[in-house]
Design a protein around this ligand. Structure first.
Ligand code: C5P
Length: 309
């Protein structure tokens, strides 16, 4: 007997951006081990793509190509697979659903740009469309929260304030478009390792608050003011684990960046510049220094995960 046609498209493609943290203020660890955060996220124009296609019922598989593909696990720990399984379990007739996911990566793995979280968010959206599951934005967001601290922001995009462990996001009032240069490190950094080092360095950490100067800069669309207000409490920990990052940050500032910081738990360093042409100049200069593996230009804010075909 011929098998019934799938009720929805053969394949769905979703594009999802990387994030940087313009401010990342971290408090003392909570009883569950996570750290309370006060953060400002910005989604930038460096994208992964996730394609979802029908597979046999209860088959969940993933292949990964592109930037750092060989570092991405292909088993059930893969965040895109976890996202697909979670959606099938909670919102679908899960014994009839299966998916074959292909991830095309441009966001570096373990880079502090939430690449894994982005893939989780994209897989949620792609599978909901593929399987024709009518899941409300609120429910999708609840699933995103369950998958990881940065996943809800990857769905939302733009510029947003994050609290809780990072998963509670609210859009921030922000004007203008900002030009970034992103420098990828030679080796990734493990987020739990960086948080552990933060705890060692900050035995008396206090409850975190968003710096008002940063919000003022965003409201005014003032890149110079924003550059001066960038801050990351995890930066000293990341610099201890990879001391050469300090040279990279200093080089960027010497070449005229308006501000420089380690993104999230690192090791990617983000440099804010005034214009597209300044971004080109800084990219060339940093590449020539040989302090990083790859340099990319990006602008922000951009929208979050979206179906593109
Ligand atoms: O939520 P996510 O899976 O992205 O977090 C990865 C790891 O980062 C956690 O297991 C934890 O060690 C650390 N983390 C933390 N506090 C946060 C977010 C992440 O300690 N607010």
């Amino acid at each position: 007997m011929a098998s019934p046609l799938p009720p929805s498209p053969v394949g769905v493609r979703v594009r999802v951006p990387a994030k940087i943290n313009l401010a990342l203020k971290v408090g003392p660890p909570r009883p569950d081990g996570f750290h309370p955060l006060a953060t400002v996220y910005q989604a930038v124009s460096l994208y992964d793509e996730v394609h979802a296609a029908w597979a046999d019922p209860e088959e969940f598989e993933v292949e990964v190509t592109g930037e750092g593909a060989d570092l991405v696990p292909l088993d059930d720990s893969n965040l895109a697979i976890r996202a697909a399984r979670l959606l099938a379990r909670t919102h679908g007739a899960h014994d009839s659903l299966g998916v074959s996911l292909s991830i095309k990566k441009s966001i570096p793995v373990a880079g502090g740009l939430a690449g894994g979280s982005a893939n989780g968010a994209a897989a949620l959206l792609a599978c909901a469309a593929l399987w024709d599951i009518d899941v409300s934005a609120e429910n999708l967001r609840a699933l995103a929260e369950e998958l990881g601290s940065d996943v809800p922001f990857a769905l939302m995009g733009g510029t947003a304030v994050g609290s809780g462990r990072g998963e509670e996001v609210a859009p921030a009032l922000a004007r203008g478009t900002y030009h970034w240069v992103l420098a990828f490190g030679h080796h990734g950094l493990s987020t739990p390792d960086v948080y552990r080092r933060f705890d060692e360095l900050n035995p008396d950490a206090v409850q975190p608050e968003i710096p008002p100067a940063l919000m003022n800069a965003l409201r005014g669309g003032d890149a110079r003011q924003l550059g001066a207000a960038l801050s990351n409490d995890l930066q000293p920990a990341a610099l201890q684990l990879q001391p050469r990052l300090r040279l990279l940050l200093e080089a960027g500032l010497e070449y005229g960046a308006l501000g420089a910081l380690v993104s999230g738990s690192g090791p990617t360093c983000a440099f804010l510049v005034d214009s597209e042409s300044d971004a080109v100049d800084l990219s060339v200069a940093l590449s020539a220094e040989g302090l990083c593996r790859t340099v990319r230009r990006a602008t922000g804010p951009v929208v979050g995960a979206r179906v593109i075909g």
